[in-house]
Design a protein around this ligand. Sequence first.
Ligand code: SAM
Ligand code: DTB
Ligand code: SF4
Length: 333
Amino acid sequence: MSLVTPQPLTFQPPRSLAPAREPGAWSVDAIEALFNLPFPELMHRAQQVHRENFDPCSVEFATLLSVKTGGCSEDCGYCPQAARYDTGVEASKLMEPAEVLLAAQRAQAAGATRFCMGAAWRAPKDRDIEKVAELIRTVKALGLETCATLGMLEDGHAQTLQDAGLDYYNHNLDSAPDFYGDIITTRDYQDRLDTLARVRSAGVKVCCGGIVGMGETRRQRAGLVAELANLTPYPESVPINNLVKIEGTPLANQADLDPFEFVRTIAVARITMPTARVRLSAGRQQMGDAVQALCFLAGANSIFYGDKLLTTGNPDIHADVQLLERLGMSRQR
Ligand code: SAM
Ligand code: DTB
Ligand code: SF4
């Protein structure tokens, strides 16, 4: 019989093994080289970086709510909310604070720690910002972390949102600069970078990622990650979405991405943005438990939690809780 009493496993991050990198230091070549690594090698590197910076068994739960749905003037080729595509999504007005409060209370009771409000706007108007600021105050008062995604922001908008208690602003680069124009023509890459700069300078944390599986090449996936990793500083939160194919949009019949390529994208995001929350975002419902588990091994440590994303489905909350239990993982508190 052993005389040694087993100690409970507690997480202690080792001292950093990752070399410090200058801002802007990631070339597309270097990131493509990571993508090209043998899968076990890539996963090993991603796990090393993950463990240096996070408890690898803990996952953040963020709940989404579409506070203003559909009727959007933009032409984003993936989006169910663009008015110009016949997707069956009905346009609605901005929700009232009381409705949002109920949804946020439900999310919190179910275990979410972050609440993200999305609006299908190209860019909010001044009066929209005032109304969303009220929604942010309402959610923040519950003790939840707040996030909003409202489209492009003008000078002053981010500051008003920050004053109301906004913790994060989500605005995605979506794809590599040299693929972007195949997907969206009504606003350009620089517009997005300008909004991200306004968010940063108002002291709101940046949530910025993209979508894979839109027909881009591996090099273009590397190009997207390079843009994200070279933001100075890189985003605190990085949502990696797998395209959800929507009937009526130009990308409705896009071929499926190899799931291992999606996992590789997560791993490369983790290695290049070591302290970011890398969120396994849209596309989980179509993914299966085993691929999701690989994403956690690759360094994903956040999910959208709740039966709905903005307009499309997401795994049932009980299934998510069970998945983490089966993996011996837990939600971040
Ligand atoms: N209208 C605002 C904007 O475009 O910034 C905010 C909401 S928009 C729906 C937020 C993000 O959702 C998009 O940038 C895109 O990355 C993601 N998204 C939208 N439709 C998607 C789809 N079908 N599959 C995967 N991700 C999607
Ligand atoms: C992000 O990167 N993905 C979320 C959130 N940020 C706003 C949105 C996913 C939307 C998927 C399609 C839909 O449900 O309408
Ligand atoms: Fe509009 Fe945003 Fe959808 Fe583009 S992604 S069509 S801006 S709601």
